[in-house]
Design a protein around this ligand. Structure first.
Ligand code: G6P
Length: 607
């Protein structure tokens, strides 16, 4: 969602802060702002993309080497300049940026206003600047601690004060803050992507901690002012992973990175001799995992669809009963977690608020809670009992692509691990392993058809509505294909289980309502063919994704996209690629902002 960057050092802060904001823009971006300390502090804000702010900053060319900046994704109050951060206290001494939601901001605001504080915005965040002002008695760290002790909700904040021109205070509860420590300079951000250009030495702040950074130094305390001793960690992601290279968009780059992302997900994780997966992150809980009877997978968005796929895979390879649940629903259900229940949280960012709340609830109820996460060191990775990293690399495009196939790959590995400990045979295990090892090359063969898929996008992108259908393993892919088209091309798309289509959506079918049918020659093929016939009988146009060399579909559908043949369980890892490419090309043809679709954020850290 919102993004924070802070810099204190010897270089002009303006470039570093603006560049950092641009790297965070993918998280949320309806307005932005920047404050730089100097004899006369500089503050400017702009509505819209960071480019609007950047223009002002270049024009004003502010001096100063200590500053904070923010990109906002509106929650409380519209995207306007007064609502953009940094917020300033009544004295004009304190500048503050905030990610998260202050749940008790109304009573706090009322009390502060009664005490004479003047508010300029409709945001929940502004109370924090006034609380720090109220608590300040010469020690900024103590003021921040005292202010935050009164707050309910979530926050990641950065605060500067004119009387402390060589330091920045940071704090977190629920919204990530990472410190970057360089030579004679320090940075902080809500996301490592804004730091990677400057340093590879980082420190992850934990909940209820306050950090003070100065040029090349940092210290951490708890909210209760107990010192925390923590060293820096080496950042393994290099700055080049944040570059688009020759690709016009990050999303296309990330679609094309999928063969490599699957290779990374598999690397060192297969034991051929025993036909099983090796997942070091699960070793500590392996015994409990072996006793598990029930699995509940919780996640949001694309990660939820990966979870739905995981359900079919776990059911096929293990004897677990499996439920998949949207994290936003799971967290408010009256949970009756049976004994031996494992909860698996899937998240690319590791920061999604609903998924985090769901896993906390499951932990409270005594379940073994596992994570499948891409961002190393993220909240979900840290709060689960054990887990597996995707190692898909930074994903910048808001619409998730390589993380999805990475998650699916690891779900197969997890199911293989559990299944081989039960009644899955060596031969069955090996046939999955052989299939997995073939996936990267199969993906490359599909990516080579990108131009052909662009032609299909040209043919169909004038339609306003699409139906996506698939069965069993391909049902989650129908949902994900439709989601991609909605997210980035702003086209209405319904993802449906092919067999359910006749219970409603078939009423919509006419020559202007095309269907994407995912119909590889697998165990459900004949059934999907019947559904295709039903659409044809209503004059609906059909594009089918099917197995290479299929000889039966040609006469039934308008267009065909072929994918290589692989194990039935693994085919969804392939069938989703043409749908990602189709959505991508439709979005480009329609002039949409592919990497930063309207209203969406990469990391949804509010409920
Ligand atoms: C947002 C993103 C989606 C993502 C979802 C869940 O809505 O735009 O691409 O799938 O959050 O995010 P997570 O980081 O938990 O996978």
């Amino acid at each position: 969602m919102c993004g924070i960057v802070a810099y204190v050092g010897h270089q002009p802060a303006r470039e570093i802060l603006v560049e950092g904001l641009k790297r965070l823009e993918y998280r949320g971006y309806d307005s932005s702002g920047i404050a730089i300390l100097n004899d006369r502090p500089y503050l400017t804000k702009a509505v819209g993309k960071v480019a609007a702010l950047e223009q002002r900053v270049w024009k004003d060319n502010p001096e100063g080497s200590v500053g904070i900046a923010h990109t906002r994704w509106a929650t409380h109050g519209k995207p306007t300049e007064p609502n953009a951060h940094p917020h300033v206290d009544c004295t004009g001494q304190i500048y503050l940026v905030h990610n998260g939601i202050i749940e008790n901001y109304l009573p706090l605001k009322k009390r502060l206003m009664a005490a004479g504080h003047r508010f300029c915005s409709e945001t929940d965040s502004e109370v924090l600047a006034h609380l720090v002002e109220e608590a300040y008695q010469g020690n900024l760290e103590a003021a921040v601690q005292r202010a935050l002790q009164q707050v309910q909700g979530t926050y990641g904040i950065a605060v500067i004060h004119r009387a402390h021109p060589q330091e920045i205070m940071l704090a977190r509860r629920g919204s990530p803050i990472v410190l970057g420590v360089g030579k004679e300079e320090s940075l902080a951000a809500s996301d490592i992507s804004a730091l990677a250009q400057h340093t590879d030495q980082v420190v992850y702040l934990e909940d209820n901690e306050v950090a003070r950074i100065g040029p090349g130094r940092f210290s951490i305390t708890t909210l209760e002012n107990r010192p925390v001793s923590r060293g820096t960690t080496l950042l393994e992601i290099g700055p080049e992973s944040m570059e688009r290279g020759s690709f016009p968009h990050f999303m296309l780059k990330e679609i094309f990175e999928q063969p490599e992302a699957v290779e990374n997900a598999l690397r060192g994780r297969i034991n051929h001799a025993e036909g099983v997966a090796k997942l070091g992150g699960l070793e500590s809980v392996f015994d409990r995992l072996q006793q598990a009877r029930h699995l509940i997978i919780v996640s949001c968005g694309t990660s939820y669809y990966a979870g739905l796929y995981g359900r079919y895979v776990f059911e096929a390879l293990t004897d677990l009963t499996v439920e998949t649940e949207l994290a936003s629903e799971f967290r408010y259900r009256k949970l009756n977690l049976r004994q031996n229940t494992v909860v698996l949280a899937i998240s690319q960012s590791g920061e999604t608020a609903d998924t985090l709340a769901a896993l906390r609830e499951a932990k409270r109820k005594g379940a073994l809670v596992l994570g499948l996460v891409n961002v190393v060191g993220s909240s979900i990775a840290r709060e689960t009992h054990a887990g597996v990293y995707c190692h898909a690399g930074i994903e910048v495009g808001v619409a998730s692509t390589k993380s999805f196939t990475s998650q699916m790959t690891i779900l197969v590995l997890m199911a293989l691990l559990v299944g081989r400990g039960r009644d899955l045979s060596y031969e069955e295990g090996m046939s999955i392993i052989h299939g997995l090892e073939k996936v990267p090359d199969d993906m490359r063969a599909i990516l080579a058809q990108s131009d052909q898929i662009r032609k299909l996008a040209e043919k169909y992108c004038a339609a306003q509505h699409f139906l996506y259908i698939g069965r069993k393993y391909q049902y989650p892919i129908a949902l994900e294909g439709a989601l991609k088209l909605k997210e980035i091309a702003y086209l209405h798309a319904e993802g449906y289980a092919a067999g359910e289509m006749k219970h409603g959506p078939i009423a919509l079918i006419d020559p202007a309502f095309p269907t994407m049918a995912i119909a590889p020659e697998d165990g459900s093929y004949e059934k999907v063919i019947s559904n295709i016939q039903e659409i044809r009988a209503r004059e609906g146009h059909i594009v089918a994704v099917t197995s290479r060399g299929n000889t039966t579909l040609g006469s039934l559908v308008d267009d065909i996209i072929e994918i290589p043949r692989n194990h039935e369980i693994l085919t969804p890892l392939l069938s989703v690629l043409p749908l990602q490419l189709f959505a991508y090309h439709c979005a480009v043809l329609r002039g949409c902002d592919v990497d930063k679709p309207r209203n969406l954020a990469k990391s949804v850290t509010v409920e």
